[in-house]
Every structure is written in structure tokens, then in C-alpha cells.
Design a binder for this molecule. Structure first.
Ligand SMILES: NC(=O)c1ccc[n+]([C@@H]2O[C@H](COP(=O)([O-])OP(=O)(O)OC[C@H]3O[C@@H](n4cnc5c(N)ncnc54)[C@H](OP(=O)(O)O)[C@@H]3O)[C@@H](O)[C@H]2O)c1
Length: 334
């Protein structure tokens, strides 16, 4: 008898990696469910989300079951998780900590054979990144601790660099395409890095979900043909365009100095953004105070007006006057 295929739920299914996971799961004949934050885009696609609408339609045409749900709606998480055996999450790194309610739902549902949290990068317990990663790795490490403390069967996927990240610019910060004149080489340029395509990461992930060898382990994706140093990358590019590039070597020491300078600028930008937000908040409070002030003065005039005043009982009048006095004192309107 054919082995029953695990039912797979993909959270973050409309994302770049998420959609590959959905397709890889379907391709491997797993009954596949996709959690989507806003299913209404299927019926009324606006120009801004027409791509997502098309994507959801393509999911449907592949037999994917769409479920509406999000991290802020615990009931939706529980309902989704209870329908499957495997949960794979592919939300962005900055939202890593938001996986907590999903993990609670998995614990409560008690039916999940394997959870793959949103990692898909370097191993967060091994990486040292000088505070340059906006705490992405720290958040992912916290999620690991929570999964393990809750005793949830899991596999962590460590795929190093996704090809769409850094590679299109030949690892040149700030560029969208490889340079044609000069190229920065960091360190001696011989350190190997691993680059894997999203669709391959997705296929390996789907292969891992029912493989007992990967249960409660980290799966490191290191295809030998995808390991390449910066010097090798530049060589390949030069051969492709038939042209030599000017090499600017940035020593490790210089790179660290640049990173520190960058961090200082980032801090200044963050502080000025925070200051701007505080000023905006104060302005808003000022506007609200004006509205309240007008309201209180109107109320006071109304209560003093003979025509209105004669229609209000003395006890009620006293109550209103008391409220006006309190509002004036607490908001310093007097
Ligand atoms: N190793 C690398 O080089 C590398 C590079 C990039 C990413 N990654 C990793 O790959 C994983 C996925 O990243 P990605 O770039 O594919 O992400 P992405 O394209 O930004 O996709 C994000 C997905 O998560 C959903 N989402 C966003 N915020 C959410 C929230 N608060 N609650 C629920 N769902 C939310 C989005 O839903 P909506 O459609 O509703 O917005 C979308 O489906 C992450 O773990 C990231 O660290 C690794």
C-alpha cells in the first residue's frame, strides 16, 4: 500500500520562499494548505496586489487549499494547524518572533509531526555578525529555544545565502546588478560562501519533512557545486563579459571600520526618526487638546445659556459643570 503523504501547511505562503515551498510540496504530492493573511485579494484584486491574486489562483489550480489566518488571530492558527501534520513557516526575519503564537498553537493542537520555523539562512547559534543584522539571528535563536522548550518535533534549515540575495550584485553593497568597471573584494577574496536557489531550498525542505534522519536536527544545505569564493565569482563574471574589472581590495580591518561608521550613521538615522515620531505625537496631542478645549468651552457656554439652562435639571447641571471643571483642571485648559 502506498505511504500516506503528510499534509503540509505553509505560513508566509505568498512570500518569495513561501511560494516555492508551496509548489515543492504540491510537486511532491503532499496535500498542501497555504495560510494567507488576506484572502479577499482573490475576489477584488487591486493593481497593487494583482501579482498576489495571480499567485493565489495558481495555488488553487495546483490543488492547494487556501486558509485565511495570521499570527494575531490565534483561533485561525489553531484551526489551520489542526488540519495538518507538518507546518513550514517562511515569514521574514524581522517577524521571526511573531512565530510564538504559531508555536503555541502547534503545542496545543498536538498533531504536528514536524515544524520547520522560518530560518533559511546561517545557523543562528553559530553566527557572529557584529550587530549588523538587526538582531535577526538572535530572534531566530530565541525561537529555537522556545520550540525546544515546548518539545515540538522540528527541523532547522540552514541554507546560507539564497541566490537572490547578494549574488545578483556580485556581493557589492548598494548595487542591483554586477559591476562592469570596478569590484570590491572583501578580505583576501578566498573565503568560500554557499549560494542556493529558493526553489532548491524548498525541494530539500520538503524532502526533509518525512525523513527521520532530520528529526530534531539542523539540515545544512551545502551543494558542492554552489560553493564559491569572491575571487571565483569575479573570475566567472569577467569571463562572461569578456572584460577585466578593476579590483579594490578592502581589508578585514577596513571593512570593520566601515561597518562601525555605518552603524553610527544608522543609529543617528534611527534617533532622528524617533525624534520625528515624538514630535508628530506631540503635534497630534496638541490638535486633540484644541478639539477638547473647543468642546469644553462650547459646553460651558451652552450650560450658561438661559434657553438651554432652563431645560436642564439642577442636579444634571451640577454634574455637567463638575465634569467641565475636571476636564479643565486635568487638561490645564483654564
Ligand atoms: N539566507 C538568505 O540569504 C536569505 C535571504 C532572504 C530571506 N531569507 C529567509 O527566508 C525566509 C523567508 O523570507 P522571504 O524573503 O521569502 O520573505 P518574504 O518574501 O518577505 O515573504 C514574507 C511572507 O510572510 C508573510 N508575512 C509577512 N509578515 C507577516 C506577519 N507579521 N504575519 C504573518 N505573515 C507575515 C507575507 O504575507 P503577505 O503576503 O500577507 O504580506 C509573505 O507571505 C526568512 O526566514 C528569511 O530570513 C534568507
Amino acid at each position: 500500500m502506498a505511504e500516506k503523504k503528510s499534509k503540509v501547511l505553509v505560513v508566509g505562503s505568498t512570500g518569495k520562499l513561501g511560494r516555492e515551498l508551496v509548489m515543492a510540496s504540491c510537486a511532491a504530492s503532499h496535500p498542501t494548505l497555504a495560510l494567507v493573511r488576506d484572502l479577499s485579494i482573490l475576489c477584488s484584486p487591486s493593481p497593487s496586489n494583482s501579482d498576489k491574486s495571480l499567485l493565489l489562483r495558481s495555488f488553487l489550480s495546483h490543488g492547494v487549499q487556501l486558509l485565511q489566518g495570521s499570527f494575531d488571530d490565534y483561533v485561525s492558527l489553531i484551526q489551520a494547524v489542526k488540519q495538518v501534520d507538518v507546518v513550514i513557516c517562511a515569514v521574514p526575519s524581522k517577524n521571526a518572533l511573531e512565530q510564538m503564537p504559531l508555536i503555541r498553537a502547534i503545542k496545543e493542537a498536538g498533531c504536528i509531526k514536524r515544524f520547520i520555523p522560518s530560518e533559511f539562512g546561517a545557523d543562528p547559534t553559530k553566527v557572529q555578525i557584529l550587530g549588523m543584522d538587526y538582531d535577526f539571528y538572535e530572534k531566530k535563536a530565541v525561537i529555537r529555544q522556545f520550540i525546544e522548550s515546548e518539545g515540538i518535533p522540528h527541523t532547522y534549515i540552514s541554507c546560507n545565502f539564497l541566490m537572490r540575495y547578494l549574488l545578483p550584485s556580485l556581493v557589492q553593497p548598494g548595487l542591483d546588478s554586477p559591476p562592469r568597471d570596478e569590484v570590491k573584494i572583501f578580505g583576501n577574496g578566498n573565503t568560500p560562501a554557499i549560494f542556493v536557489k529558493d526553489c532548491d531550498v524548498a525541494k530539500f525542505t520538503i524532502c526533509a519533512i518525512d525523513d527521520l534522519r532530520t528529526l530534531n536536527k539542523t539540515l545544512y544545505l551545502r551543494p558542492p557545486g554552489n560553493i564559491c569564493s569572491m575571487n571565483e565569482l569575479v573570475d566567472m563574471w569577467e569571463n562572461k563579459i569578456g572584460q577585466k574589472l578593476k579590483k579594490i581590495c578592502i581589508s578585514e580591518e577596513q571593512l570593520l571600520k566601515n561597518i562601525n561608521a555605518y552603524e553610527k550613521i544608522e543609529k543617528m538615522v534611527q534617533e532622528s526618526e524617533r525624534y520625528e515620531a515624538e514630535v508628530e505625537e506631540l503635534n497630534k496631542k496638541g490638535e486633540a487638546k484644541n478639539v477638547l478645549e473647543n468642546y469644553v468651552y462650547n459646553m460651558r457656554n451652552t450650560i450658561k445659556d438661559d434657553k438651554t439652562s432652563s431645560k436642564i435639571a439642577d442636579a444634571d447641571k451640577k454634574k455637567v459643570e463638575y465634569v467641565i471643571d475636571q476636564a479643565m483642571i486635568s487638561n490645564q485648559l483654564a
